[in-house]
Every structure is written in C-alpha cells, then in structure tokens.
Design a protein around this ligand. Structure first.
Ligand SMILES: Nc1ncnc2c1ncn2[C@@H]1O[C@H](COP(=O)(O)OP(=O)(O)OP(=O)(O)O)[C@@H](O)[C@H]1O
Ligand SMILES: [Mg+2]
Length: 271
C-alpha cells in the first residue's frame, strides 16, 4: 500500500535511522573530533561533556563520530544509553558486550565486570566510551571515578564522551570524580527555523516520492518545531505523521495536511 502513496520509506524518518550527513552540525562534529584527536593518536585523553536541549543532534553527532572512529582507527568504541543501563554493573557489562565479550546470563558481581574491563584494556588497547542520557545513571561519581581511573593502570587507555541534557548534569559529581574527569564542555544550541528546514528537506529527498511535498508544508512543520525550541525530532516526527496522513487522504503533502494534524492530534496542539 505504501508503494502507491507519497511516502516511499518511513525508515528515513525513524529515530533508528542515523543520517549520513548532519546539516548544521559540521562545526560541532569538527570540535568533537579535535577534542578526541589526541586520544586517537595515543596521547593523553580529553574527556568531553556535551549538553543541550532535546532534539539538537547530540546523540546523532556522537554516534556518527563513534562509527567513524571504529571504522577508521584501532580505538575500540562503546555507545551506551544510560536509560537502559543505569547501574554500574549493567553499564560495565554492556561496555564489555559492545566489545563482543559474552556476559553470563545469571550476571556477575560488579567487581568481576571491572576486572574484565581492565583485562580487556590490557589486551586490546584503547576504549572510547559515550555515555548518553548520563543524567539517568545511578552512582555517577563512582562510575566516572572507576572508568577514568583505568588510565592510572593503563596510560591513555580510556576516554569518555558524556551527553547530558543539562549543563549542570556533571556539576553534582563528587570533587574526586570531577577532578579525574576534568572535561572539555560543548553546548549544542537549538536549531533555527532555516536549519530545521534544511534538515527536513534532506529527509524529504530520502523518504518521499519526488515533487510530492510542498515547500509551504515544510514551513508549517518548521514553525511548529520552533515552538518546541528548535527541536529536530519534533520536526521529523511531524513530517512522518503528515506523510502518513497525506497517504490516507491520497494527496500530496500540503500545508493543509500538516495543519489538519494540529486539529486532531494533542501531541501537536494548534495553539
Ligand atoms: N543536523 C541534523 N541533521 C539531520 N537530522 C538531525 C540533525 N539533528 C538532529 N537530527 C535528527 O533529529 C532527531 C533527534 O536528534 P538527536 O537524537 O541526535 O537529538 P538529541 O540532542 O540527542 O536529543 P535528546 O536530548 O532528546 O536526546 C533524530 O532523529 C536525528 O536524526
Ligand atoms: Mg539524545
């Protein structure tokens, strides 16, 4: 049924799709690369804390960079969403799993996982870990202290990229943890309307049939995203909803189709 509509593929509008290009985040990506470069080249590790409001591309940029690092260098990488792994034991187990190490189903004590991490680094070398949704992690200070502390056993062996939605996310760490982490800070700003429009246009190219989406429809979507503080996630979700709605109606994506969603859908209220 989808084949006959204007939506060619919903995949490109899903959260699991990691775009190859991230328009208007070139500078941020460059900055992150500069910060992690010394570590990649075997010199001392900078740790990094990235903060910024929802839907500003933090996760996407970091995942993009980790992919590049693991494809093009001998540094091992792990991306962890702390929503799903919020205890130290589950976090260390997941880091090991990401390295292809089997974890016994019945679980192991925390210390055993830490030992396994040390063993891995001793044998396999360096590890760049991204801790996304860091605010959700319990025992943050101890986790940071443990992980960054691995550098004391094996020099320049581990670096962290922490993603926190609030800049103060790392302020409540203990002094010991902060002093070990000593992070560089990078803040992602909300997108402007023009930037949201560029992001939307790229997705339209990928997900829709040619000439099926009116520019004015994108304007309406971008304006709604601006009401949500320049959130690209809202914009892309709305584009998907509007595409589905147009397909239901058997028409192209017009501003009217988008506006009709605001009437029907409490997620995108008209106000
Ligand atoms: N510059 C961009 N180009 C293309 N797509 C983008 C860009 N920035 C964000 N997106 C898309 O917007 C959505 C949200 O982005 P992302 O998850 O990276 O934001 P975030 O800053 O991590 O948000 P949160 O704080 O809620 O976790 C994703 O679907 C992502 O693909
Ligand atoms: Mg995120």
């Amino acid at each position: 049924m989808l084949e006959e509509g204007i939506l060619r593929s919903e995949y490109y509008l899903s959260e699991s799709y990691l775009p190859e290009r991230l328009p208007h985040r070139e500078k941020e990506i460059e900055e992150i690369v500069l910060i992690i470069k010394p570590f990649i080249y075997g010199r001392s590790a900078n740790n990094l804390v990235i903060s910024g409001p929802p839907g500003t591309g933090k996760t996407s940029c970091v995942r993009h960079i980790l992919n590049q690092v693991s494809e093009n260098t001998d540094v091992n990488t792990a991306y962890i969403n702390c929503w799903n792994y919020n205890t130290r034991a589950s976090l260390y187990a997941k880091i090991l799993q990401e390295q292809g190490i089997a974890i016994p189903r019945q679980g192991r004590p925390l210390d055993a996982y830490y030992e396994m991490l040390l063993e891995f680094i001793k044998k396999q070398g360096r590890l760049l870990i991204a801790l996304d949704e860091f605010d959700q992690l319990h025992e943050k200070s101890q986790a940071i202290y443990d992980l960054v502390g691995i550098n004391q056993f094996y020099e320049n062996s581990l670096a962290l990229i922490i993603i926190s939605y609030k800049r103060e996310g790392v302020k409540d760490l203990s002094h010991r943890a902060i002093s070990r982490l000593n992070p560089k800070l990078l803040e992602f700003k909300p997108y402007s309307k023009v930037e949201i429009l560029d992001i939307l246009r790229e997705r339209v190219e990928l997900a829709f049939r040619p000439n099926s989406v009116q520019e004015e429809a994108l304007e309406v979507i971008a304006e709604k995203a601006m009401e949500h503080n320049g959130d690209a996630r809202i914009a892309i979700e709305l584009l998907l909803e509007a595409g589905r709605q147009a397909d239901l109606k058997g028409c192209n994506l017009t501003p009217e189709v988008v506006k009709s969603l605001f009437m029907r859908n409490s997620q995108f209220p008209l106000d």
